[in-house]
Design a binder for this molecule. Structure first.
Ligand code: GTP
Length: 367
Protein backbone atom coordinates (compact mmCIF):
# COMPACT_ATOMS: atom_id res chain seq x y z
CA UNK A 1 0.00 0.00 0.00
CA UNK A 2 1.33 3.45 -0.84
CA UNK A 3 0.54 6.61 1.04
CA UNK A 4 1.48 10.27 0.97
CA UNK A 5 1.94 10.23 4.77
CA UNK A 6 5.38 11.54 5.76
CA UNK A 7 6.51 10.64 9.32
CA UNK A 8 9.16 13.35 9.13
CA UNK A 9 6.84 16.22 8.28
CA UNK A 10 4.35 14.88 10.85
CA UNK A 11 7.11 14.91 13.55
CA UNK A 12 6.45 11.25 14.32
CA UNK A 13 7.48 10.23 17.83
CA UNK A 14 8.42 6.71 18.92
CA UNK A 15 8.59 4.68 22.12
CA UNK A 16 11.33 2.03 22.30
CA UNK A 17 10.75 -0.86 24.72
CA UNK A 18 14.09 -1.80 26.24
CA UNK A 19 13.31 -2.70 29.87
CA UNK A 20 13.27 -6.51 29.64
CA UNK A 21 15.81 -8.68 31.43
CA UNK A 22 16.69 -10.74 28.36
CA UNK A 23 16.69 -13.98 30.35
CA UNK A 24 16.98 -16.18 27.26
CA UNK A 25 20.27 -14.50 26.40
CA UNK A 26 21.97 -15.11 29.73
CA UNK A 27 24.81 -14.99 30.60
CA UNK A 28 25.37 -12.25 27.98
CA UNK A 29 22.63 -10.10 29.51
CA UNK A 30 23.82 -10.42 33.13
CA UNK A 31 25.98 -7.31 32.71
CA UNK A 32 24.62 -5.74 29.52
CA UNK A 33 20.96 -5.37 28.54
CA UNK A 34 20.06 -7.22 25.34
CA UNK A 35 19.54 -4.02 23.29
CA UNK A 36 23.10 -2.92 24.08
CA UNK A 37 24.92 -6.15 23.20
CA UNK A 38 27.57 -5.57 20.51
CA UNK A 39 25.98 -6.64 17.21
CA UNK A 40 27.93 -6.25 13.97
CA UNK A 41 30.34 -4.05 15.90
CA UNK A 42 27.91 -1.58 17.52
CA UNK A 43 25.22 -1.80 20.23
CA UNK A 44 22.22 -3.67 18.84
CA UNK A 45 19.99 -0.60 19.19
CA UNK A 46 22.24 1.48 16.96
CA UNK A 47 20.84 -0.42 13.98
CA UNK A 48 17.25 0.23 15.09
CA UNK A 49 17.90 3.90 15.83
CA UNK A 50 19.50 4.43 12.43
CA UNK A 51 16.61 2.71 10.66
CA UNK A 52 14.00 4.69 12.60
CA UNK A 53 15.89 7.89 11.74
CA UNK A 54 15.93 7.01 8.05
CA UNK A 55 12.16 6.36 8.25
CA UNK A 56 11.57 9.93 9.39
CA UNK A 57 11.40 9.46 13.18
CA UNK A 58 13.15 12.32 15.00
CA UNK A 59 12.24 11.86 18.69
CA UNK A 60 12.32 8.58 20.65
CA UNK A 61 11.37 7.89 24.27
CA UNK A 62 13.21 4.88 25.72
CA UNK A 63 11.10 2.80 28.13
CA UNK A 64 13.82 1.48 30.44
CA UNK A 65 13.91 -0.64 33.58
CA UNK A 66 16.63 -3.33 33.72
CA UNK A 67 20.05 -1.62 33.98
CA UNK A 68 18.36 1.62 32.94
CA UNK A 69 21.32 3.99 33.29
CA UNK A 70 23.36 2.11 30.68
CA UNK A 71 21.08 3.34 27.87
CA UNK A 72 21.69 7.05 28.51
CA UNK A 73 25.43 6.29 28.89
CA UNK A 74 25.42 4.64 25.46
CA UNK A 75 23.26 7.07 23.48
CA UNK A 76 23.07 10.33 25.46
CA UNK A 77 20.76 12.93 23.93
CA UNK A 78 20.81 11.10 20.59
CA UNK A 79 22.43 13.92 18.62
CA UNK A 80 25.06 11.53 17.22
CA UNK A 81 22.17 9.76 15.49
CA UNK A 82 20.34 12.93 14.46
CA UNK A 83 17.68 12.05 17.03
CA UNK A 84 16.32 13.58 20.19
CA UNK A 85 16.20 10.89 22.91
CA UNK A 86 14.36 10.85 26.24
CA UNK A 87 14.54 8.17 28.95
CA UNK A 88 11.63 7.06 31.13
CA UNK A 89 12.43 4.46 33.78
CA UNK A 90 10.09 2.09 35.59
CA UNK A 91 11.12 1.45 39.20
CA UNK A 92 9.74 -2.07 38.82
CA UNK A 93 9.07 -3.46 35.33
CA UNK A 94 5.52 -2.68 34.21
CA UNK A 95 5.31 -5.12 31.30
CA UNK A 96 5.04 -3.97 27.70
CA UNK A 97 1.71 -2.12 28.14
CA UNK A 98 2.60 -0.48 31.45
CA UNK A 99 5.95 0.57 29.96
CA UNK A 100 4.29 2.20 26.94
CA UNK A 101 1.87 4.07 29.24
CA UNK A 102 4.71 5.24 31.48
CA UNK A 103 6.92 6.37 28.58
CA UNK A 104 4.02 8.26 26.99
CA UNK A 105 4.38 10.93 29.70
CA UNK A 106 7.41 12.17 27.76
CA UNK A 107 5.63 12.39 24.38
CA UNK A 108 4.87 15.85 23.04
CA UNK A 109 2.21 14.91 20.46
CA UNK A 110 -1.54 15.35 20.86
CA UNK A 111 -4.22 12.64 21.31
CA UNK A 112 -4.91 12.27 17.57
CA UNK A 113 -1.30 11.68 16.56
CA UNK A 114 0.11 8.25 15.68
CA UNK A 115 2.95 6.98 17.90
CA UNK A 116 5.40 4.30 16.75
CA UNK A 117 6.21 1.61 19.34
CA UNK A 118 9.21 -0.65 18.79
CA UNK A 119 10.36 -3.74 20.67
CA UNK A 120 14.06 -3.29 21.37
CA UNK A 121 15.11 -6.73 20.18
CA UNK A 122 13.88 -6.86 16.60
CA UNK A 123 15.80 -6.51 13.35
CA UNK A 124 13.37 -5.62 10.59
CA UNK A 125 13.65 -4.38 7.04
CA UNK A 126 10.00 -3.40 6.73
CA UNK A 127 8.89 0.02 5.53
CA UNK A 128 7.94 1.88 8.72
CA UNK A 129 6.56 4.88 6.78
CA UNK A 130 4.24 2.58 4.88
CA UNK A 131 2.97 0.99 8.10
CA UNK A 132 2.30 4.41 9.62
CA UNK A 133 0.75 5.58 6.34
CA UNK A 134 -1.70 2.65 6.40
CA UNK A 135 -2.58 3.43 10.02
CA UNK A 136 -3.27 7.10 9.29
CA UNK A 137 -5.16 6.55 6.04
CA UNK A 138 -7.44 3.89 7.55
CA UNK A 139 -7.86 5.78 10.84
CA UNK A 140 -6.96 2.70 12.89
CA UNK A 141 -6.65 2.58 16.67
CA UNK A 142 -3.58 0.32 16.43
CA UNK A 143 -1.67 -1.05 13.42
CA UNK A 144 0.54 -4.07 14.03
CA UNK A 145 3.43 -5.11 11.83
CA UNK A 146 2.95 -8.79 10.97
CA UNK A 147 5.55 -11.10 9.50
CA UNK A 148 5.34 -14.64 8.14
CA UNK A 149 7.43 -17.41 9.68
CA UNK A 150 7.81 -21.10 8.80
CA UNK A 151 7.00 -22.28 12.31
CA UNK A 152 4.44 -19.96 13.92
CA UNK A 153 3.86 -22.32 16.90
CA UNK A 154 6.66 -20.56 18.83
CA UNK A 155 4.92 -17.17 18.52
CA UNK A 156 1.54 -15.56 19.09
CA UNK A 157 -0.28 -15.68 15.75
CA UNK A 158 -2.42 -12.89 14.33
CA UNK A 159 -5.13 -13.71 11.75
CA UNK A 160 -6.65 -10.89 9.68
CA UNK A 161 -9.64 -10.55 7.33
CA UNK A 162 -9.34 -9.60 3.62
CA UNK A 163 -9.22 -5.91 4.52
CA UNK A 164 -6.32 -6.37 6.92
CA UNK A 165 -8.42 -6.09 10.07
CA UNK A 166 -6.98 -8.20 12.90
CA UNK A 167 -9.62 -10.74 13.97
CA UNK A 168 -7.80 -12.34 16.91
CA UNK A 169 -4.54 -12.20 18.84
CA UNK A 170 -3.76 -15.79 19.73
CA UNK A 171 -1.20 -17.07 22.24
CA UNK A 172 1.30 -19.76 21.27
CA UNK A 173 -0.53 -22.89 20.12
CA UNK A 174 0.63 -26.18 18.54
CA UNK A 175 -1.92 -25.68 15.73
CA UNK A 176 -1.66 -22.04 14.62
CA UNK A 177 -4.41 -20.79 12.28
CA UNK A 178 -1.99 -18.63 10.28
CA UNK A 179 1.76 -18.26 9.88
CA UNK A 180 1.46 -14.50 10.36
CA UNK A 181 2.85 -13.43 13.70
CA UNK A 182 3.25 -10.26 15.74
CA UNK A 183 6.50 -8.68 14.53
CA UNK A 184 6.94 -6.31 17.50
CA UNK A 185 6.45 -2.91 15.81
CA UNK A 186 3.17 -1.09 16.43
CA UNK A 187 1.51 2.19 15.58
CA UNK A 188 -0.82 3.42 18.35
CA UNK A 189 -3.11 6.41 18.35
CA UNK A 190 -1.80 8.48 21.26
CA UNK A 191 -5.31 8.51 22.76
CA UNK A 192 -5.27 4.68 22.87
CA UNK A 193 -2.03 4.72 24.88
CA UNK A 194 -3.57 7.23 27.29
CA UNK A 195 -6.38 4.74 28.00
CA UNK A 196 -3.93 2.09 29.31
CA UNK A 197 -4.21 2.16 33.13
CA UNK A 198 -1.29 4.02 34.72
CA UNK A 199 1.28 2.43 37.03
CA UNK A 200 0.05 -1.15 36.53
CA UNK A 201 1.74 -4.23 35.11
CA UNK A 202 0.08 -4.76 31.74
CA UNK A 203 1.01 -6.78 28.66
CA UNK A 204 -0.05 -5.39 25.29
CA UNK A 205 0.17 -8.90 23.83
CA UNK A 206 -1.99 -10.59 26.48
CA UNK A 207 -4.30 -7.74 27.50
CA UNK A 208 -4.39 -4.59 25.35
CA UNK A 209 -4.52 -6.12 21.85
CA UNK A 210 -7.03 -8.92 22.61
CA UNK A 211 -9.17 -6.45 24.60
CA UNK A 212 -9.26 -3.91 21.75
CA UNK A 213 -10.20 -6.60 19.23
CA UNK A 214 -12.99 -7.94 21.45
CA UNK A 215 -14.26 -4.38 21.94
CA UNK A 216 -14.57 -4.01 18.15
CA UNK A 217 -11.94 -1.27 17.78
CA UNK A 218 -10.08 -1.05 14.48
CA UNK A 219 -6.84 -3.00 14.91
CA UNK A 220 -5.06 -3.44 11.57
CA UNK A 221 -2.31 -5.77 10.45
CA UNK A 222 0.42 -4.46 8.16
CA UNK A 223 1.84 -7.69 6.72
CA UNK A 224 4.99 -7.95 4.64
CA UNK A 225 7.78 -10.38 3.86
CA UNK A 226 10.88 -8.27 4.34
CA UNK A 227 13.83 -9.33 6.48
CA UNK A 228 12.73 -9.95 10.08
CA UNK A 229 14.44 -11.48 13.11
CA UNK A 230 13.70 -11.55 16.85
CA UNK A 231 17.15 -11.73 18.45
CA UNK A 232 15.88 -13.11 21.77
CA UNK A 233 17.91 -16.34 21.78
CA UNK A 234 21.68 -16.84 21.44
CA UNK A 235 21.31 -18.56 18.06
CA UNK A 236 19.12 -15.74 16.73
CA UNK A 237 21.41 -13.08 18.20
CA UNK A 238 24.44 -14.56 16.41
CA UNK A 239 22.44 -14.89 13.21
CA UNK A 240 21.35 -11.24 13.38
CA UNK A 241 24.91 -10.02 13.79
CA UNK A 242 26.14 -12.19 10.90
CA UNK A 243 23.24 -11.14 8.65
CA UNK A 244 24.13 -7.48 9.21
CA UNK A 245 27.80 -8.09 8.42
CA UNK A 246 26.90 -10.09 5.31
CA UNK A 247 24.56 -7.32 4.13
CA UNK A 248 21.36 -9.39 4.30
CA UNK A 249 19.79 -6.44 6.14
CA UNK A 250 21.35 -3.12 5.15
CA UNK A 251 22.14 -0.97 8.19
CA UNK A 252 23.35 2.63 8.18
CA UNK A 253 24.93 1.95 11.60
CA UNK A 254 27.58 -0.56 10.46
CA UNK A 255 30.95 0.71 11.71
CA UNK A 256 32.89 0.00 8.52
CA UNK A 257 33.08 -1.96 5.31
CA UNK A 258 32.13 -5.61 5.73
CA UNK A 259 32.54 -8.72 3.64
CA UNK A 260 32.78 -12.23 4.98
CA UNK A 261 33.68 -10.73 8.35
CA UNK A 262 34.17 -7.48 10.21
CA UNK A 263 37.25 -6.59 12.27
CA UNK A 264 37.07 -3.80 14.81
CA UNK A 265 39.93 -1.39 15.63
CA UNK A 266 42.90 -3.01 17.33
CA UNK A 267 41.83 -6.58 16.46
CA UNK A 268 44.66 -8.92 15.47
CA UNK A 269 43.97 -11.79 13.09
CA UNK A 270 46.72 -14.21 12.09
CA UNK A 271 47.08 -14.56 8.30
CA UNK A 272 46.61 -18.33 8.67
CA UNK A 273 43.36 -18.01 10.67
CA UNK A 274 40.12 -18.59 8.78
CA UNK A 275 37.29 -16.14 9.53
CA UNK A 276 33.99 -16.23 7.63
CA UNK A 277 30.22 -16.38 7.72
CA UNK A 278 29.68 -12.79 8.86
CA UNK A 279 31.79 -13.12 12.02
CA UNK A 280 32.84 -10.06 14.02
CA UNK A 281 36.27 -9.80 15.61
CA UNK A 282 35.75 -7.25 18.39
CA UNK A 283 38.07 -4.39 19.40
CA UNK A 284 41.55 -5.65 20.36
CA UNK A 285 40.41 -9.29 20.09
CA UNK A 286 43.07 -11.76 18.94
CA UNK A 287 42.61 -14.73 16.61
CA UNK A 288 45.77 -16.81 16.49
CA UNK A 289 47.25 -18.97 13.75
CA UNK A 290 45.13 -21.71 12.17
CA UNK A 291 42.11 -20.88 14.32
CA UNK A 292 38.79 -21.15 12.53
CA UNK A 293 35.89 -18.78 13.26
CA UNK A 294 32.59 -19.14 11.40
CA UNK A 295 29.35 -17.19 11.89
CA UNK A 296 30.35 -15.97 15.35
CA UNK A 297 30.59 -12.86 17.50
CA UNK A 298 33.92 -12.31 19.27
CA UNK A 299 33.66 -9.51 21.81
CA UNK A 300 36.32 -7.02 22.82
CA UNK A 301 39.71 -8.25 24.06
CA UNK A 302 38.90 -11.97 23.77
CA UNK A 303 41.51 -14.44 22.55
CA UNK A 304 40.99 -17.42 20.26
CA UNK A 305 44.17 -19.43 20.51
CA UNK A 306 45.83 -21.23 17.64
CA UNK A 307 43.87 -24.10 16.15
CA UNK A 308 40.68 -23.45 18.15
CA UNK A 309 37.38 -23.79 16.28
CA UNK A 310 34.48 -21.38 16.94
CA UNK A 311 31.24 -21.88 15.00
CA UNK A 312 27.86 -20.10 15.46
CA UNK A 313 28.95 -18.92 18.92
CA UNK A 314 29.45 -15.83 21.07
CA UNK A 315 32.71 -15.32 22.93
CA UNK A 316 32.37 -12.63 25.60
CA UNK A 317 34.74 -9.77 26.32
CA UNK A 318 38.16 -10.82 27.68
CA UNK A 319 37.26 -14.51 27.41
CA UNK A 320 39.84 -17.00 26.16
CA UNK A 321 39.35 -20.13 24.05
CA UNK A 322 42.44 -22.30 24.29
CA UNK A 323 44.23 -24.17 21.52
CA UNK A 324 42.29 -27.15 20.25
CA UNK A 325 39.01 -26.23 21.98
CA UNK A 326 35.86 -26.46 19.86
CA UNK A 327 32.72 -24.30 20.24
CA UNK A 328 29.59 -24.88 18.19
CA UNK A 329 26.44 -22.96 19.06
CA UNK A 330 27.90 -22.00 22.46
CA UNK A 331 27.94 -18.83 24.56
CA UNK A 332 31.06 -18.00 26.57
CA UNK A 333 30.55 -15.33 29.23
CA UNK A 334 32.86 -12.35 29.75
CA UNK A 335 36.27 -13.28 31.14
CA UNK A 336 35.62 -17.04 31.03
CA UNK A 337 38.35 -19.46 29.97
CA UNK A 338 37.70 -22.58 27.91
CA UNK A 339 40.72 -24.85 28.37
CA UNK A 340 42.21 -26.89 25.55
CA UNK A 341 40.46 -30.03 24.41
CA UNK A 342 37.00 -28.94 25.55
CA UNK A 343 34.13 -29.33 23.11
CA UNK A 344 31.08 -27.19 23.84
CA UNK A 345 28.12 -27.79 21.55
CA UNK A 346 24.39 -27.33 21.09
CA UNK A 347 23.54 -24.35 23.25
CA UNK A 348 26.24 -24.82 25.91
CA UNK A 349 26.74 -21.70 28.06
CA UNK A 350 29.71 -20.83 30.24
CA UNK A 351 29.06 -18.20 32.92
CA UNK A 352 31.30 -15.10 33.20
CA UNK A 353 34.66 -15.68 34.83
CA UNK A 354 34.35 -19.49 34.91
CA UNK A 355 37.54 -21.41 34.05
CA UNK A 356 36.98 -24.75 32.35
CA UNK A 357 40.14 -26.87 32.85
CA UNK A 358 41.52 -28.71 29.82
CA UNK A 359 39.42 -31.66 28.61
CA UNK A 360 36.64 -31.00 31.16
CA UNK A 361 33.71 -31.18 28.73
CA UNK A 362 33.52 -33.24 25.60
CA UNK A 363 30.61 -34.30 23.43
CA UNK A 364 31.04 -37.16 21.02
CA UNK A 365 28.63 -38.50 18.44
CA UNK A 366 29.78 -42.10 19.02
CA UNK A 367 28.88 -42.44 22.72
P1 GTP B 1 13.38 -12.65 27.71
O1 GTP B 1 13.48 -12.45 29.21
O2 GTP B 1 14.53 -13.45 27.19
O3 GTP B 1 12.04 -13.15 27.26
O4 GTP B 1 13.58 -11.22 26.98
P2 GTP B 1 12.88 -9.79 27.29
O5 GTP B 1 13.04 -9.46 28.72
O6 GTP B 1 13.48 -8.80 26.33
O7 GTP B 1 11.34 -10.03 26.99
P3 GTP B 1 10.57 -9.95 25.62
O8 GTP B 1 11.46 -10.43 24.52
O9 GTP B 1 9.27 -10.58 25.77
O10 GTP B 1 10.33 -8.37 25.49
C1 GTP B 1 9.97 -7.73 24.28
C2 GTP B 1 10.46 -6.29 24.35
O11 GTP B 1 9.79 -5.60 25.41
C3 GTP B 1 11.93 -6.19 24.63
O12 GTP B 1 12.43 -5.12 23.86
C4 GTP B 1 11.99 -5.88 26.13
O13 GTP B 1 13.12 -5.08 26.45
C5 GTP B 1 10.72 -5.11 26.35
N1 GTP B 1 10.12 -5.33 27.68
C6 GTP B 1 9.60 -6.48 28.17
N2 GTP B 1 9.11 -6.30 29.40
C7 GTP B 1 9.29 -4.97 29.69
C8 GTP B 1 8.98 -4.15 30.84
O14 GTP B 1 8.42 -4.60 31.85
N3 GTP B 1 9.32 -2.83 30.76
C9 GTP B 1 9.94 -2.30 29.68
N4 GTP B 1 10.26 -1.00 29.68
N5 GTP B 1 10.25 -3.04 28.58
C10 GTP B 1 9.93 -4.35 28.60
Amino acid sequence: MTSSYSPESAHLEAILLVGGQGTRLRPLTLSTPKPLLPTAGVPFLAHQLARARSSGVRRIVFATSYRASMFAEAFGDGSAFGLSLEYMTEETPLGTGGAIRNAAQALTCGPDAPVLVLNGDILSGHDISEQVGMHVTRRAAITLHLTEVDDPSRFGCVPTDEEGRVTAFLEKTPNPVTNRINAGCYVFQRSVIDRIPEGQVISVERETFPGMITAGELVLGYADRSYWLDVGTPAAFVQGSCDLVLGRLPSPALPGPCGEFLTMPGAEVSPSAKIEGGSVVGPRAVVESDASVHGSVLDADCVIESGAVVVDSVVGAQARVASGAVLRNAVIGDGAVVGSGNELLAGARVWPGVRLPPNAVRFSSDV
